[in-house]
Write a protein that binds this ligand. Structure first.
Ligand code: F6P
Length: 538
């Protein structure tokens, strides 16, 4: 394996000429860019700011940027060596320097025989895992329920993908995802199961994670207490730690490698529940869609490279506009867990404050990523998006063709998505509101006052990602798009997107606190923790 040296040869964002150029551009025109005026000035804005990638068309014309911004951002990517950093990742250089690891989730979706690292090993495990998945799907096997026990990257990917691909899911098998160490997660699942027709998948890269190990123990005890026979046929593990799985008593294990990050692992054996749900052919389609996006990211020029464009836009928004959050609004109920999945992908990757050399970063990094499917969000937090005091860029994900036959519902869904992005941009002045008939309930109020309540600032940015249909292939492409977008902003910020030291302190303190629940020992605790612990022990 080569050394990760080249990435360090490039400066981080703030040490480039392009950064200074972007700061000037922001001060002169970026800050005040008005989308309504930009569209009025330029009839070709939609075409100029549309980017077609495999399976995904992106409308970036309602983003608060212009051609000059894009050109400066392209300079920024060049100066920061985003392409060289990307190539180092694809080549298997140990770019995850703090853990001394390569980052090769892209190798998991490379076709058989490709000249990519570990191709033979990847396909050997994939073949075995998919054979197993297809076998579990056979009625003769008698499995009606799959319970995935895992957390973080060993949960969120399968938990998000299975409902997203509902139209492709085996009709006679139910899928359950247990992640939380809170017994309220596993208890209601177990209550509905029969031992003889349940398969537990214990999913953990490390096979040491507290929550997963505790839930796996509970599942095993439940299985035996229900008179379950042949435990070895009802528990499988997906892990890099095959020895620990064996020590737990699990014979059937599908392995993966330390160069697969948890939040990038649904393409590996961690995808087993997905493969059981949709079958081997569709799982291969998911991989193929992601691979197509990998090629696009590796080869497309910067202006038409969608992950690059989105990652650079994210930098522009976070460091120049200083937007603190981004809202994900999938207009597809199947994508209801996508915001949670993206929270881990983006915030665990880029929620860092030091650069690769360990120096404090002088700028903001990961935004808060949050959201809910539309139209539900419209009846909850969209009020704030339209009239709140913060500007929140919204990402609409829209699917042209549904897999159901309710055409009228789908037209309404699509009209809502377009209307929201339109409303965010267009807004409504108080004068416009004044000219409208006031609501009857406000008849006694000063019309000018009620008009101010009913006005919208507008000029609120959004992006729209458009898929023709939600299929294994298009979903694979969409998810790989997000992975590479996160990579791009990390490369500009000069941070390591592939470690997660920020989760360690809480884990260590939890291990330290746990025995105190039994012993009542409060020695050395701060007054708040001691006070709360005392109340919990009552
Ligand atoms: O605590 C964070 C984390 O390490 C994630 O990065 C990871 O996806 C999750 O825990 C689960 O880890 P494992 O797959 O090793 O159980």
């Amino acid at each position: 394996m080569k050394k990760a040296g080249r990435a360090m040869d490039f400066p981080r964002g703030d040490r480039t000429g392009a950064w200074a150029g972007l700061a000037r551009h922001f001060d002169t025109s970026g800050r005040t860019l008005d989308l309504r005026e930009a569209f009025a000035r330029d009839g070709g804005r939609f075409d100029a700011f549309g980017v077609q990638a495999p399976e995904v068309f992106a409308d970036l014309s309602k983003a608060r940027w212009d051609a000059a911004t894009r050109s400066l951002l392209a300079d920024l990517a060049r100066e920061c060596g985003v392409a060289a950093r990307r190539d180092a990742m694809f080549a298997g250089e140990p770019i995850n320097a703090t853990e001394g690891r390569a980052v090769l989730h892209t190798a998991l979706r490379a076709p058989r025989g490709a000249a990519t690292p570990f191709n033979a090993e990847v396909h050997a495990v994939l073949d075995a895992m998919l054979d197993f998945a297809d076998h579990v799907r056979e009625p003769a096997r008698g499995i009606t329920d799959i319970v995935n026990i895992g957390i973080g990257g060993s949960d969120l990917g399968p938990q998000m993908v299975v409902p997203a691909l509902d139209a492709f899911v085996h009709p006679d098998i139910r899928f359950h995802f247990v992640s939380n160490v809170d017994g309220h997660d596993i208890a209601p699942v177990l209550r509905r199961l029969r031992a003889k027709s349940t398969l537990f998948v214990v999913a953990s890269k490390t096979f040491t994670t507290q929550e997963t190990m505790a839930n796996a123990q509970v599942a095993r005890e439940w299985f035996l207490s229900q008179g379950g026979q042949h435990l070895e046929r009802h528990f499988v593990a997906t892990t890099t730690n095959v020895e620990a799985a064996a020590a737990f008593g699990i014979d059937t294990t599908f392995g993966f490698w330390d160069w697969v990050g948890g939040r990038y692992s649904l393409w590996s054996a961690i995808g087993l529940p997905i493969a059981i749900a949709v079958g081997s052919e569709h799982f291969r389609e998911l991989l193929a869609g992601a691979h197509a996006m990998d090629r696009h990211f590796a080869e497309a020029p910067v202006g038409s490279n969608l992950p690059l464009q989105l990652g650079l836009l994210d930098v522009w928004y976070r460091n120049f506009h200083r937007f603190p959050t981004r809202c994900i609004a999938p207009y597809h109920q199947g994508l209801k867990r996508l915001p949670a999945y993206l929270q881990q992908l983006e915030m665990e990757s880029n929620g860092k404050s030091v650069d690769l050399a360990g120096e404090p970063l002088p700028y903001a990094t990961s935004p808060v990523v949050w959201g809910e499917p539309g139209t539900n969000g419209q009846h909850a937090f969209f009020q704030m998006l339209h009239q709140g005091s913060d500007v929140v860029p919204v990402e609409f994900i829209v699917v042209r063709r549904p897999t159901h036959g309710h055409a009228d519902l789908h037209r309404k869904l699509l009209a809502n998505a377009l209307a929201q992005s339109q409303a965010l941009m267009l807004g409504k002045t108080a004068d416009q509101a004044l000219r409208e008939k006031p609501p009857t309930a406000a008849a006694g109020m000063d019309p000018a006052v009620i008009a101010r309540h009913r006005s919208f600032p507008g000029n609120r940015p959004s992006t729209t990602l458009l898929l023709d249909a939600l299929t294994p292939r298009s979903l694979g492409a969409l998810l790989a798009l997000y992975e590479h977008r996160v990579f791009t902003s990390a490369a500009v910020w000069g941070l390591n997107a592939f470690d997660q030291w920020g989760v360690e302190l809480g884990k260590a303190l939890c291990n330290e606190l746990l025995p105190r629940f039994e012993s009542g020992d409060m020695a050395g605790l701060d007054a708040s923790t001691a006070g709360l612990l005392a109340r919990l022990r009552r």
